[in-house]
Design a protein around this ligand. Sequence first.
Ligand SMILES: Cc1cc2nc3c(=O)[nH]c(=O)nc-3n(C[C@H](O)[C@H](O)[C@H](O)COP(=O)(O)OP(=O)(O)OC[C@H]3O[C@@H](n4cnc5c(N)ncnc54)[C@H](O)[C@@H]3O)c2cc1C
Length: 245
Amino acid sequence: MTESPHKISVNQKPYVLTEILKDTPDVSVFRYKAQDMSTLSFDPGMFVMLTYIDKSTNEKITRAFSVASAPNSDTVDFFIHMVHGKLTTKLESARVGDVYYMTGPYGQFRFIPSQDKKVLFIAGGTGLAPFMSMLKEIDAQKAGTDIVLLYSIRFPNEIIRKDELEELEKRLNIRMVITVTRPQENDGWTGEKGHIDSNMIAKYASDLNERTTYICGPLAFVKAMKDALAGLNVNPDKIKADVWG
Ligand SMILES: Cc1cc2nc3c(=O)[nH]c(=O)nc-3n(C[C@H](O)[C@H](O)[C@H](O)COP(=O)(O)OP(=O)(O)OC[C@H]3O[C@@H](n4cnc5c(N)ncnc54)[C@H](O)[C@@H]3O)c2cc1C
């Protein structure tokens, strides 16, 4: 494996919540800064363990989140699907200025631009997060990576960081395909529709065997993508997946 361009060591540090952006009906961007103003060094695709501490009860809740911002940027950003579980319910009343703890980075789902010149990124819903970090890294390094991004959402208003994606699309060597799985009459969506399957993959990535494929999303999504790729005889060694479910 090519060496990472980043100095990676696992740390635990306090981070201040600096911004909350309600980006889609179900997903908010949570943006943090290290209290000591240091930046987080990691390979895009990696995750951190985020710990929330309830001020009144001192209860701690820790969950994994993929980093959506670029390595060593001013802030550490997460795309958080507000599923009304234990942590996400607490996050509904989170306030700017609150202090959290982060431990990491962790994970083998890593993208190193010098290693993969041609890639297929397949994202399901909030699974876009690690790919946003990868796209920003490719942009920052001017790596010129040949990218096909297939991004599956249910409804057109679920595109996370739509403006930022459009900006990246202009600058990168990318074929970006967003598919809406539950199109409605009069929703104005003119793009691709339906679940990602082997036909859609073959349509947009006909040179599939020259690409390394990265998949991120819920368990059922990742399994369906692996099955579709197996149907296209893709070498399993060329597939990397991150499962959240
Ligand atoms: C490596 C990794 C990376 C991850 N990255 C991300 C990321 O970038 N963004 C992200 O959003 N998540 C990510 N996750 C998932 C995240 O760690 C949490 O599991 C998620 O935020 C839910 O935590 P919770 O405490 O709110 O839910 P929990 O209380 O732990 O509940 C687990 C699940 O049960 C269901 N559930 C629980 N209570 C309710 C309820 N009242 N109503 C409906 N459903 C309910 C939800 O579907 C929930 O997902 C990642 C997970 C892993 C392992």
